[in-house]
Each structure stands twice: as structure tokens, then as C-alpha cells.
Design a protein around this ligand. Structure first.
Ligand code: DGL
Length: 253
């Protein structure tokens, strides 16, 4: 038994590429269809209802492509719409969430800095994560940060000033682990690392998402076995420039 249909992956823009590249590395024979909803980004400052409506539209697009599972490669959309999409879609739906639990296990004596969109930080799911694992966690909403990645502005004076301002009141020397709780943030890790201690570790939720996807394919006898190298279709509501941007991000080491 096998299932040669593609896996759908989506985000509010190009950020989900940070998840897609891990999925493709680990599952090189799987076919993927990616949708970046750049025309409606950012999701992180929208209401839960707005994000559910947008995510459902994207899920419809992916379902029409005949996907066997959907990965929400967006922490904000997961927090707002995972349960709604799981109820709505006839295929398994997997999400991503800020890796605060993992960060807690990697922490030494210091603190965990959990960076995410305002929507994720304000969500019920994040409140639950903090309740369970957040004793040493500093939650840090980062309005405007995903836009740097969407613009391709991942270094330079503007982002340096952004981080200076964002982290002004944070006890930076105490940060052991920084949680990149938005799928755009791995692409600004280098710029961010200049503002945190050298030994600080940076983690995100993509490995947990990968583990959940593998488990789901395993349970459903759903791995692809057509013997080909995994194909990839990229789609964006923000047009060709955004697709070229995704291709560029996919090629980063
Ligand atoms: N990449 C998204 C996330 O992981 C959110 C960016 C946004 O649309 O605000 O949360």
C-alpha cells in the first residue's frame, strides 16, 4: 500500500519554506504543493476568525490539487485554525507551534525567549504552552518582523534597529535559547544572533512537525512509492516575484 498523492503545505507567505525544506530533506520521495498567501499577509495581526477564513480558502486550493495531507507551516494559522481545518478537511492536517517545551529542556540557568507574531502570542494555544512549560520563558511578540523576510531585507541597518528596539527591555545576557516561533524567523536568525549571547541556541518547531507528518504517513500507509524524486509545485497569491523569492529561499544552505 502506498499513496502517491502530494502533500500540501501552506503559510501566509514565504516563511513556510523554512519548514518545507526540512520536510523535503527528510522525505525526498514525497511530492509537495506549497501555497504562500502573500496577498493576505501578515496573518499575525488578524483576528482568529479572519485567519480561519483565509486558511480554509487555502485548504480548498490544496484539496483541489488532490493532496493526501496538509501541513500548516505557519504558527499563527496553526494557533487560530488547526482544529477548524481538522474538522473541515477530509485529509489529515498537521500544524506547527513554538518550540517552548523543547527550549525548556535545552535551557541552562537562564531564560527562554519565545518570539512569535502578536496573534500566536495572544492565542489560547500559546497560553496553554506557557502554562505547561513557560516558567522561565519571556514571550516576545514581533509585529513587523515577518515583513522584513517578505521584503528580502534580512540584514542591514533597518533590521538591526528593529532588533535593538524589540529587545531593549530584555535581559539579553540571560537568554539561553531563542524560540523562532514564526516560520519566517529562521531566515533572520543571523541578524538576530548579533543581538543575543554567542552561546544562545535557536530552535523552531519544524522537527516536531516533520515527526508528526511521518507518523501520520506511517499510520495511513501513505508514503509515496512511485520511485521518482519528489516533485514540487510552488504557488502564491502574491504573484511571480514571490514564487522566485521562495525558489531562492529553498536554495539557501
Ligand atoms: N509565518 C507565520 C507564522 O509562522 C506568520 C507570519 C504572519 O503572517 O504574520 O506564524
Amino acid at each position: 500500500m502506498a499513496d502517491n498523492r502530494p502533500i500540501g503545505v501552506f503559510d501566509s507567505g514565504v516563511g513556510g519554506i523554512s519548514v518545507l525544506r526540512e520536510l523535503r530533506r527528510a522525505l525526498p520521495h514525497e511530492h509537495f504543493v506549497y501555497f504562500g498567501d502573500g496577498a493576505n499577509a501578515p496573518y499575525g495581526v488578524k483576528t482568529t476568525e479572519e485567519v480561519i477564513a483565509l486558511s480554509t480558502k487555502v485548504a480548498d486550493f490544496l484539496l483541489a490539487k488532490g493532496v493526501k495531507a496538509i501541513v500548516i507551516a505557519c504558527n499563527t494559522a496553526t494557533a487560530a485554525s488547526l482544529h477548524a481545518l481538522q474538522a473541515y478537511c477530509p485529509v489529515p492536517v498537521i500544524g506547527i507551534e513554538p518550540a517552548v517545551a523543547l527550549a525548556n529542556t535545552l535551557r541552562k540557568e537562564g531564560k527562554v525567549l519565545a518570539m512569535a507574531t502578536p496573534g500566536t502570542i495572544a492565542s489560547a494555544r500559546f497560553a496553554q504552552i506557557l502554562k505547561e512549560h513557560g516558567e522561565h520563558c519571556i514571550p516576545m511578540p514581533c509585529p513587523g518582523l515577518m515583513e522584513f523576510v517578505e521584503r528580502g531585507e534580512v540584514e542591514g541597518d533597518n533590521i538591526r534597529r528593529y532588533f535593538e528596539n524589540l529587545l531593549r527591555d530584555v535581559p539579553r545576557d540571560e537568554i539561553d535559547v531563542a524560540v523562532l516561533g514564526c516560520t519566517h524567523y529562521p531566515f533572520v536568525k543571523n541578524a538576530l544572533s548579533l543581538h543575543l549571547p554567542k552561546e544562545c541556541r535557536f530552535i523552531d518547531g519544524s522537527m516536531k512537525t516533520l515527526a508528526q507528518l511521518k507518523e501520520c504517513l506511517q499510520e495511513n500507509n501513505g508514503f509515496c512509492d512511485d520511485g521518482s524524486e519528489g516533485a514540487l509545485e510552488l504557488h502564491s497569491s502574491a504573484g511571480e516575484t514571490s514564487i522566485r523569492h521562495m525558489q531562492m529561499l529553498l536554495e539557501l544552505p
